[in-house]
Write a protein that binds this ligand. Structure first.
Ligand code: GRF
Length: 219
């Protein structure tokens, strides 16, 4: 008998281009895993259509139907657990998460953030990088911990800022890199190559002193 593939649950709120990159990678076997559910807090998220096209079950959990953040997060956590995921992927899931929720899934929840963390946590990262006059911007895949965008980064892709860049032009080049680094880290996770322990991120049995950079790795 062949072993069942690890279950992956993806959380979205919007367009889901990162979700698409993960779907594509599972379909060609680059990620050893099966997306068992895509959950959105928004009924009109385009990512839900992407999931439908790939025959992946979808669920909508509208946060406006809950009294407070705690009760929404508790319901979301219960819904996620129905799919017994080895890995939970936040892919443009635009919600601040409670500490209880994060602790429930700590060590098996990843996020992608469009900046070279620890720079520019939160929103409008592209605009902020341009306003600061930075030469380099980028994206980070990190483990989720209770601090917003504060969990330890695993892999980063750098994107040079070029003359005439607008937040939009920069965002679209960063997004292209997101689609490279997110599936790669997901594959490392389900292959057991990366994990979170008390001291930080462990990759291939070595504690990372700093995040890996895409241009320095050979898979
Ligand atoms: C990406 O920029 C991601 O870094 C951020 O939200 C955006 C989601 O885009 N967390 P998409 O829905 O995956 O296209």
């Amino acid at each position: 008998m062949t072993e069942p593939l690890p279950s992956i649950v993806v959380l979205i709120s919007g367009g889901g281009s990162n979700l698409q990159a993960i779907i594509d990678a599972t379909q060609v076997g680059r990620i050893r895993g099966k997306i068992t559910a895509v959950i959105s807090n928004k009924a009109d998220a385009y990512g839900l259509e992407r999931a439908n096209k790939a025959n992946i079950p979808t669920r909508i959990l509208d946060h406006r139907e809950y009294q407070d953040r705690e009760s929404f997060d508790a319901a979301l956590g219960d819904l996620i657990e129905e799919f017994q995921p080895s890995l939970i992927i936040l892919a443009g899931f635009m919600r601040i998460l409670t500490e209880d929720f994060v602790r429930r899934f700590e060590g098996r929840m990843l996020n992608i953030h469009p900046s070279l963390l620890p720079k520019y946590r939160g929103l409008h990262t592209h605009k902020r990088a341009l306003e600061a006059g930075d030469d380099i911007h980028g994206a980070s895949v990190h483990f989720v911990t209770p601090e917003l965008d504060g969990g330890p980064a695993i892999l980063q892709a750098e994107v040079p800022i070029i003359e005439g860049d607008t937040p939009e032009s920069l965002a679209s080049r960063v997004l292209e890199q997101e689609h490279v680094i997110y599936p790669l880290v997901a594959s490392w996770f389900t292959d057991g190559r990366v994990r979170l322990d008390e001291s930080g991120v462990v990759f291939d049995d070595k504690l990372l002193q700093q995040p890996l950079k895409l241009d320095q790795i050979s898979e």
